[in-house]
Design a protein. Structure first.
Length: 64
């Protein structure tokens, strides 16, 4: 009986530890994904504005 109780306790501890690891991993992965997304959006914004400026400069230059 004592062995069964010990195994049950170890199972509960294992399940709790797995839950903690999953929770921490989810938070870390979420933050990393958000940072990568923000960085990608910034790059797209910078690239888009540079291309728009070049197109505008070309159009203005062509009119003169």
């Amino acid at each position: 009986m004592k062995e069964a109780a010990g195994e049950a306790n170890m199972t509960v501890i294992t399940i709790i530890l797995i839950g903690i690891v999953l929770a921490v991993g989810s938070v870390i992965i979420g933050q990393v994904m958000q940072k990568v997304g923000n960085k990608a959006n910034d790059e797209l914004d910078n690239t888009g504005s540079a291309e728009a400026e070049e197109a505008a400069a070309g159009a203005i230059g062509g009119l003169h």
